[in-house]
Design a protein around this ligand. Structure first.
Ligand SMILES: CC(C)(COP(=O)(O)OP(=O)(O)OC[C@H]1O[C@@H](n2cnc3c(N)ncnc32)[C@H](O)[C@@H]1OP(=O)(O)O)[C@@H](O)C(=O)NCCC(=O)NCCS
Length: 223
């Protein structure tokens, strides 16, 4: 049954309207629409033929909205499907020469003050501990870091930080797990991390990863 005389919908696609009595009838109507001449939308003609009053209403609202008449015409159509924002491209990778300034900015924002965070020290540390300086990037920007050292007896993890906007997304967990795997492969059986007493969030983070308070008190001396 044909409901009206239009051959296309608003965006110019062939219009096939049922109901059809049999499936074969529906198929042949679709086939006819597909194989017929290229359809052309009549939307512009129909807008031009709209009664003046309804066009004026549209223009008045557009002026109030600060929108153009053309934009209003578009808004009268079915709303465009909203596209979900594209998730960032995440990469976990090893430290590279040139990462220094992004890392220092990340650490400063996270309240960390590494003793040897200059480019030369970072590159020397990476050379002594290959594969044990890892970062996570989101769309190419460094958003999380974790460093480890292995002296042949114990492993030590340093500078675990995640940019504020990317926290609670598992970045630090993935980097620490990667370091643990690499330390284990080197023969490291125990790993330590030092954290300030009063940092509740950091304590909860390490507890979530299975790190327990150690009975040993840490002492230090400047050489
Ligand atoms: C601690 C820190 C590195 C965590 O980074 P992150 O990428 O957000 O951590 P994750 O998303 O991998 O968190 C894993 C789990 O740790 C726990 N956790 C992490 N941050 C937490 C917080 N602020 N409060 C409570 N629990 C927390 C949660 O159990 C979390 O799992 P969930 O999100 O499924 O609940 C980050 O908050 C940070 O950079 N802090 C400032 C620097 C710092 O303190 N570093 C540690 C130095 S010792």
């Amino acid at each position: 049954m044909l409901l009206d005389a239009e051959a296309t919908d608003e965006i110019g696609l062939p219009l096939v309207r049922g109901p059809f009595t049999t499936l074969d009838q529906a198929r042949s109507a679709i086939e006819a629409a597909r194989s017929g001449p290229a359809p052309t939308s009549t939307l512009a003609d129909r807008i031009a033929a709209m009664p003046q009053a309804s066009k004026a209403r549209g223009r008045a609202k557009d002026t109030a909205d600060g929108k153009s008449g053309t934009a209003r015409g578009r808004r009268d159509e079915a709303p465009a499907p909203t596209r979900a924002p594209r998730p960032p491209r995440i990469e976990l990778r090893d430290f590279q020469a040139g990462d220094g300034s992004a890392l220092r900015a990340l650490w400063a924002d996270a309240g960390l003050e590494p003793e040897r965070g200059d480019d030369q020290s970072l590159e020397a540390f990476a050379k002594r501990n290959p594969g044990l300086l890892v970062v996570a990037t989101a769309d190419g920007e460094i958003v999380s870091s974790a460093l480890a050292g292995w002296d042949g007896r114990r492993g030590q993890i340093y500078e675990v930080a995640t940019a504020r906007a990317h926290r609670r997304n598992g970045f630090a967990t993935r980097l620490v797990r990667r370091l643990e795997g690499r330390l284990r492969a080197l023969g490291c059986a125990n790993v330590n991390v030092t954290l300030p007493d009063d940092d509740d969030a950091a304590r909860k983070f390490w507890a979530a990863l299975g790190y327990e308070p150690s009975a040993a008190r840490e002492l230090g001396k400047a050489l």
